[in-house]
Design a protein around this ligand. Structure first.
Ligand SMILES: N[C@@H](CCC(=O)N[C@@H](CS)C(=O)NCC(=O)O)C(=O)O
Length: 370
């Protein structure tokens, strides 16, 4: 079996550097803003890709930039799309699942009660396990990398922001893709309400960058460093580091919430929640980037990556309140969160961690109500 992730000699996980780093703007010689010209390729399981989906939704770009979703199962050849030829051959199953396609990827599946037992790695359920690749009929994410750069030799990661005109990858670094989506580049294609949305307002930018930086190293990537460690001592120091930084977030959010209760009184929870964010008093990129790790924490990182000193729901009341507020009160967060893709991907793709591919059913529910 090929290596599922890269580690150094001392057993520590090493994330590769993204290699396509272009932007989209009116001034750019090639990549100009246009409706329908760009396409996002994502996995619903992947926390980095999830950032781009939330941002796309919050900025009202769902009908400006299209999107394809890969199958949750990552194998030795990378991510794959659903194979339309196979699907149409199997007409009965195609029709049976066609109704799921109607709402497409923007539809929330609030019923988390489906049994994983019925789901196989080779399942071909359109818009449930994945969508197809509609432009070239590609079967793999790797096909897009080779189309863009025939000599490409690194990993085939998602998300990808793709240009349909030049048929190349514009950018495959999520932190930059979300800045592109947040910029004013696409303003002329969205309504006034969405034009006003700014997830990195100037007066908060320095604070957001600072927050993102330590959250990335110690929490977003921290859980991977713990989970992919190949030596006990590396795991032990990484897992302690993750929880040390969750403690730090908990303190920030606890202090914030206390100040909001002082401002609005203890009884007006809705008012307090409407300003309950990590940086400043409005929803920002800092919330998006932390959310995609926290929402995966209890369902996956606690058991699969062994980040199990405690869980968010049991040990972090303010982070728990913050994540539930985002999930239940913001469609952009709930509609892009797919617990099936999340649980199935990690537990059935990382066969070195979970060789039998048995997916734990809990915690129940995936997320508690507010
Ligand atoms: N720096 C990248 C990281 C993306 C990344 O690591 N994606 C993972 C999924 S969570 C991936 O596609 N891995 C496939 C592989 O390594 O084969 C970003 O943030 O965009």
């Amino acid at each position: 079996m090929s290596k599922q992730w890269a580690t150094s000699k001392n057993g520590a996980f090493q994330r590769q550097v993204s290699s396509f780093r272009e932007t989209i703007s009116k001034q750019h010689p090639i990549y100009k803003p246009a409706k329908g010209r760009y396409w996002l390729y994502v996995s619903l399981a992947c926390p980095w890709a999830h950032r781009t989906l939330i941002t796309r939704d919050l900025k009202g770009l769902s009908s400006v930039i299209g999107c394809s979703v890969v199958h949750w199962h990552l194998d030795e050849k990378g991510w794959r799309f659903l194979d339309m030829e196979k699907l149409v051959e199997d007409k009965e199953s195609f029709l049976e699942h066609w109704h799921d396609a109607a709402g497409g990827i923007e539809t929330a599946r609030e019923d988390a009660s489906r049994s994983f037992a019925a789901i196989k790695n080779d399942s071909q359920r359109f818009m449930v396990d994945a969508s197809n690749e509609p432009h070239y009929g590609y079967k793999r994410i790797s096909d897009l990398y080779y189309k863009s750069e025939p000599q490409y030799s690194a990993r085939f990661t998602v998300p990808i922001l793709w240009d349909l005109e030049t048929q190349t990858i514009v950018n495959n670094e999520s932190s930059e893709i979300i800045r592109i989506l947040n910029s004013s580049a696409f303003d002329e294609f969205v309504d006034d309400k969405h034009k006003k949305v700014d997830l990195v307002p100037e007066h908060l930018e320095a604070q957001i960058d600072d927050f993102n930086s330590w959250v990335y190293n110690n929490i977003n990537n921290g859980v991977y460093k713990a989970g992919f460690a190949e030596k006990a001592d590396v795991y032990e120091s990484e897992v302690a580091n993750v929880f040390e930084h969750l403690d730090k977030v908990e303190k920030i959010l606890g202090d914030k919430y206390a100040a909001l209760e002082d401002k609005y009184g203890k009884d007006d929870r809705q008012k307090a929640l409407s300003e309950f964010f990590t940086v400043g008093e409005q929803l920002t990129e800092a919330d998006i980037r932390l959310y995609t790790t926290i929402i995966r924490f209890d369902p996956v990182y606690v058991q699969h990556f062994k980040c199990n000193f405690t869980s968010i729901r049991a040990g972090y009341p303010f982070i728990h309140l913050w994540v539930r507020n985002l999930y239940w009160n913001y469609d952009a967060f709930r509609h892009t969160t797919d617990f099936d893709h999340i649980k199935l991907h990690y537990t059935r793709s990382h066969t070195r961690i979970n060789p039998l591919g048995i997916t734990p059913l809990g915690p129940k529910p995936d997320i508690r109500h507010l």
